[in-house]
Write a new protein. Structure first.
Ligand code: ZN
Length: 149
């Protein structure tokens, strides 16, 4: 396995990261700034992209305390579906291993659900689990007043 790059969660990927990963990692990393008020990720949490000869790209969260998951990613997905996939994997990791609720639906207590935009392959949204409605574009958490469901 060859590590291509590691970079901070909320920073843009370095130039050697393939372009396909720029939108997903930038947008999901930006949303990771909006953790619950008393929560934080372990020190040194970062993105890690590596390449496997047979299975392709592995994207992961790495950290000095061993925080880690890897996701076999298909970089040929359009940006919207790839962003939703990365958001879902990161959410699974953060809720399952760090025991953080991220991100929480405004006005409800459940988690938001990531999904690609059915009409626009460039975009993905956080949805309310109850109403099924898209509330915030992935990457824009905290950017404005939440839509009321
Ligand atoms: Zn909701």
């Amino acid at each position: 396995m060859r590590t291509i790059a590691t970079w901070p969660l909320d920073a843009p990927p370095p130039p050697d990261v393939p372009a396909e990963f720029r939108t997903p990692c930038t947008r999901v990393g930006r949303d990771l700034r909006h953790l619950p008020a008393d929560a934080r990720l372990p020190d040194g949490a970062h993105w890690e992209l590596s390449e496997e000869p047979w299975s392709g790209f592995l994207l992961g969260l790495g950290g000095t305390l061993g925080l880690r998951y890897t996701l076999e990613v298909d970089p040929y997905l359009p940006p919207g579906p790839l962003t939703a996939l990365v958001a879902e994997q990161v959410q699974d990791h953060v809720t399952g291993y760090e025991f953080l609720q991220w991100p929480t639906c405004p006005g409800h207590v459940h988690l938001l659900v990531p999904a690609p935009d059915p009409d626009d392959g460039e975009r993905a949204w956080w949805h309310c689990r109850r109403s099924g409605r898209p509330l915030v574009r992935i990457g824009d958490l905290g950017a404005g007043p939440p839509a009321t469901a």
